[in-house]
Structures are given as C-alpha cells and as structure tokens.
Design a binder for this molecule. Structure first.
Ligand SMILES: [Zn+2]
Length: 361
C-alpha cells in the first residue's frame, strides 16, 4: 500500500452528520426496518468482503483484516426504533394503532407522525382543551382512546400493519443534535464509519440488527450466524442529568451529556465481560478520551442476546448518552458521539488474537 491509499482513520465531520440526518429521518420501526436497511446496504456493500441479509432482516457484513491469528470482532448496532403499528382502519382517515417497543403513552396525544413507507403525514389526535373537562385533564389517556388521523384523502394509502413514527426532522443545535431515534441511529452511523474504515488487525463482523426494541430478537440470530470471538454493542443510553419529576435534583446520574461514551459494567440483561470493560477503560485513559461508567439498573442492549449464543461470546456495550430516548425528540452532544467513535476505534486497534475463553478461576 502506498501512503495515499492507506485507509484513513474514521471520523465524524460534516458528511457523517449528514448521514445521521438521513438515518434519523428514515422510518424503521421494529419488524419493518426496510427503509433503513436499504441505506445501510448502499453504504456497506462497497466497503466489505461479504454482506448478506438474513431471514429476519439483519444485515450481516464481514471485513477481513490481515495477519495471523487476528480476532473475529462483532460490532452490533440496531436498525429499529420504537413507534407504532396500524391495527385497524376506522374509515375517514382514522386508524387505530398499538405502540411498538417501549413508548410512554402519556406523551402520545397531539404528536405529529409519519405513516408507512411514503411517510404520510398524520397526527395522534386528541380532544383540544376546549372540549375536555377538568376531570378528564387529570386522567391518563389510554392508547385505545387515541387514533392516528391522516385525513380522508390519504386514508386509502394506509393499511393495517403499516408502521408509524414521530414526525421529527433532524436539527443541529449548537453543540447538540436533536432527532427522533438517536437510539440507535447513533450506533448505526458509528458502525458504518467503522466498517468503511475497518482496522486491519481484526476481522470486523458487523451486524445491523432488527427488533432490538421488542426484546433483542435480531441480535441473537446475528451473533449465532457470525460466530465471533468477542462482541462490542454500540447503542444510545438515556442520559439522566435533569431534575426528577418530584422536583429533586439528581445526585447519581445514570449517564450525562458531555461526559463521553458510557461503558456498561452491567444492565438488566448482561454482565459485561470484565476484560473488555478494562480494555475500554485503559484505552480511554491512555488516549485521553473522556468516558463514563453507565450505572447498573434498568435497560439493556443487544449484548443481552449476543453473549448467550453458541458457547458464550464475551460482550460489552458502549453507548452515546442521549436525553429523552423513546420520545418524539432526543438530544445528544456531538462531542460524545465523536468520543465514542474514537474510543471504539482505539479499542479495536488494541485487540490481539489472544484467546477470549476464560482461563483459570
Ligand atoms: Zn437502543
């Protein structure tokens, strides 16, 4: 290789931010990830040795490195997002729907949505304040009492089974980015950058997974098929650096914006492999990359399914923190995204082919 055609280091600049915009504006609700998958395939195909789509819709790609004894490293990011599925046509452009994935029904009423592959604009209709009683305004609203309203003109274009998402367009806000589905388009964009600038010391196995938000359903079969030595899952974790509903200030943050990538030691579904946690922490400290340890507790990532495949796969997760995940608009810091990419890339460069089986007791 001459110096001019050496692979450049991955980075996040204007092109990558434009890509994140394209990814977040796409609709990819669990079980119907086709719109995102076609963008992923368009970008992955020219960069890898092999790529295929499995029966569930996962995109599985392999980029081989060079040299003896290199480890097979699986990187995972989920393509799906929480949203809605149309369940019944009530005529006149009104549709019943159910939520898909973890969505809080309290914030649905009155939100604009995009429905189906054509992004038909609609609204989750609810009574305006003029027509509600004081009693009604104190009660929670159930999904059964809500309808998605696309108007009679577009009603024939919407069918039961179609998915809908919040109609939120990507916006840059100074040091921050605001969009729907930053969970996990941040991971997808990071993984695309790593696949197109893959380090040579590893075989990079990439899984862009489906149905994470409904129970890590795609990642299990993806990890089984790719059969890696170890796995790193790229996701977005809820930042909690805001006052609680009860008005108190949080003193123990789950994760906060501006403090760097969140490294998982444990979550509801996984105990991270301690060697991989140590490797990430040491890499960050050596390279001067800020990081935070995500506090154990609720939530989980595709690692919960990945680590239990075959004879066990050492796994860890790294997340870009974002506020308000699973709501119409989340906010993250560009600096956290950049530092996440830098950390994962440096960590990959530092991996060798030593056995990843657990030895001794
Ligand atoms: Zn996620």
């Amino acid at each position: 290789m001459t110096p001019t055609n050496l692979p450049k280091n991955p980075k996040i600049g204007a092109a990558q931010i434009r890509l994140l915009e394209r990814l977040t504006n796409a609709c990819s609700v669990s079980g119907d990830e086709g719109e995102l998958r076609s963008i992923v395939l368009e970008l992955v195909r020219p960069a890898v040795d092999e790529v295929r789509v499995d029966a569930l819709g996962n995109v599985l790609a392999t980029k081989r490195g060079q040299g003896e004894g290199r480890p097979k490293v699986l990187l995972v990011a989920h393509m799906d997002e929480v949203g809605f599925i149309i369940t019944h046509d009530d005529n006149e452009g009104f549709f019943r729907f159910e939520t898909v994935g973890g969505a809080d029904v309290r914030y649905l009423a009155g939100k604009p949505v995009w429905v189906g592959k054509e992004h038909i604009p609609g609204i989750i209709g609810s009574k305006p304040i003029h027509l509600t009683t004081w009693e009604e305004r104190r009660q929670p609203i159930s999904v059964d009492s809500l309808r998605i309203d696309v108007g009679p003109g577009n009603g024939s274009k919407v069918k039961p089974g179609d998915r809908a998402t919040f109609a939120t367009s990507f916006t840059r806000l100074g040091p921050s980015l605001r969009a729907k589905a930053l969970d996990d388009r941040l991971g997808v964009a990071t993984l695309l950058e790593l696949v197109t600038h893959a380090p040579q010391n590893i075989d990079l196995l990439a899984a862009f997974t489906v149905q994470e938000e409904v129970g890590l359903r795609g990642a299990g079969v993806a990890a089984y098929a790719l059969d890696p030595d170890l796995a790193i899952v790229l996701d977005s974790t809820p930042a909690h650096d805001l006052p609680s509903w009860d008005g108190s200030e949080n003193t123990r943050y789950d994760a906060r914006l501006g403090a760097g990538p969140a490294i998982y030691v444990a979550d509801r579904a996984t105990l991270s492999d301690p060697r991989l946690v140590r490797h990430l922490v040491e890499t960050a400290e050596k390279a001067g990359i800020p990081y935070q340890i995500r506090q154990p507790g609720g939530g989980g990532t595709d690692a919960g399914a990945v680590h239990r495949q075959r004879a066990g796969i050492p796994s860890v997760s790294v997340s870009v923190p974002a506020r308000y995940n699973h709501t119409p608009a989340a906010i993250c810091r560009l600096s956290d995204w950049k530092n996440t990419l830098a950390l994962v890339y440096a960590a990959l460069l530092g991996l060798d082919g030593k056995g990843w089986k657990v030895e001794g007791v």
